[in-house]
Design a protein around this ligand. Structure first.
Ligand SMILES: O=c1ccn([C@@H]2O[C@H](COP(=O)(O)OP(=O)(O)O[C@H]3O[C@H](CO)[C@@H](O)[C@H](O)[C@H]3O)[C@@H](O)[C@H]2O)c(=O)[nH]1
Ligand SMILES: [Mn+2]
Length: 344
């Protein structure tokens, strides 16, 4: 393969805040340690703090600030019509990276377990099936060709779709949007179906354990899909153990969660320390809102904070976005209880 092709192609990710930026850092490190020959590009939103941006700049070949509110293009217009499209529109910006001929988008909550440069042999739009509805692709890993024309069409599609039904408050994830846009993915061309091992989501481990036991060791990319992200847990580097979930996190993420934390603590924390000095990086609870929650929980001493109640409509929406609360209300035990009550 000639050199030109290598610098002409890139892995692209997105982070709109410091938490997802941590994910992007681990992703970059995992791509590099499996010797990718492609460029690494991060799209960041304006809420990513400067120290985090600096670290991203060290790990990525290019870091692009995407401020949809400030873009002055049709993305801005689409946002005016549908305010909940913020992060989705930021993700769509990857199509504007036209100095590359082909790219692979990877969610910031993915982790590479072996070299996946062969993905660049695929065409737009290649992706793996979504575990929840396999006739849809999961938009956590996909191959695409940057193009102003496609970008324009996507924005057009985005601002038109849904506007006729007046439900402007309904949040619109990029996955639904991309599946509607690339609507013949399920049937048109099997070469655009990536094997599931290129986007193994934790939810599949949970729903088809025997298959995971058989094929899990072939996984090339793991995707921490859902509400609990690796950075929401805490880590003890002495014992190399992860805390914060219930026993089910063992089932949900097995060793992948440990792998994520191992990379984060050995390769990312030192870079963050250079920027912001010593901080308790081994747990998210020391940042922002969580810090306040932590302070309150100290006042109540040993009493754990009750989880905020969520309405069944909100819960349904979260399920629809692939964000079931597996550690809490949607735990295996609770689901089993519900099923048992139906079967009685
Ligand atoms: O506040 C946010 C939220 C998301 N992201 C980025 O957007 C991606 C998708 O969000 P994520 O929380 O990873 O969603 P998932 O839990 O993976 O859920 C699903 O639903 C999303 C919305 O449709 C799709 O983007 C995902 O690919 C799909 O797996 C992230 O990885 C980040 O790259 C941010 O930068 N900031
Ligand atoms: Mn994801």
């Amino acid at each position: 393969m000639c050199n030109f092709q290598l610098i002409d192609q890139a892995f692209v990710t997105l982070a709109t805040n410091d938490s997802y930026a941590k994910g992007a850092m681990v992703l970059a490190k995992s791509l590099r340690s499996h010797s990718t020959s492609r460029k690494l590009v991060a799209l960041v939103g304006p809420h990513v703090s400067e120290p985090f941006r600096n670290v991203l700049s060290k790990m990525y070949d290019e870091v692009h600030l995407v401020d949809v509110l400030d873009s002055g293009d049709s993305a801005h217009l689409a946002l005016m019509k549908r305010p909940n499209l913020g992060i989705t529109l930021t993700k769509l910006h990857c199509w504007t990276l036209t100095h590359f001929s082909k790219c692979v988008f990877m969610d910031a909550d993915t982790l590479v377990l072996s070299n996946v440069d062969d993905l660049f042999e695929r065409e737009e739009l290649s992706a793996a099936p979504d575990p929840g509805w396999p006739d849809c692709f999961n938009s956590g890993v996909f191959v695409f060709r940057p193009s102003e024309e496609t970008y324009g069409k996507l924005l057009q599609f985005c601002s038109n779709t849904g506007s006729f039904d007046g439900k402007l408050y309904v949040s619109c994830g990029d996955q639904g949007l991309l599946n509607s846009f690339f609507s013949n993915w399920a049937t048109a061309d099997i070469s655009k179906h990536l094997p599931f091992i290129y986007n193994l989501s934790s939810i599949a481990i949970y729903s088809y354990l025997p298959a995971f036991k058989q094929f899990g060791s072939d996984a090339k990319v793991v995707h921490f899909l859902g509400q609990m992200k690796p950075w929401n847990y805490s880590y003890d580097p002495e014992t190399k153990s992860v805390q914060g979930g219930s026993a089910e996190h063992e089932l949900l993420h097995p060793n992948y969660l440990l792998k994520w934390w191992d990379i984060f603590s050995t390769s990312v924390i030192p870079l963050l320390k250079e920027q912001i000095g010593d901080q308790p990086f081994l747990s998210e609870s020391h940042h922002g809102v969580d810090r306040i929650q932590e302070a309150i929980s100290h006042i109540h001493m040993a009493e754990p904070l009750p989880k905020p109640e969520i309405s069944s409509e909100e819960r349904k929406q979260k399920w629809e976005q692939g964000q079931a609360d597996y550690m809490g209300i949607d735990s295996f035990d609770n689901i089993k209880k519900k099923l048992d009550s139906f079967l009685k």
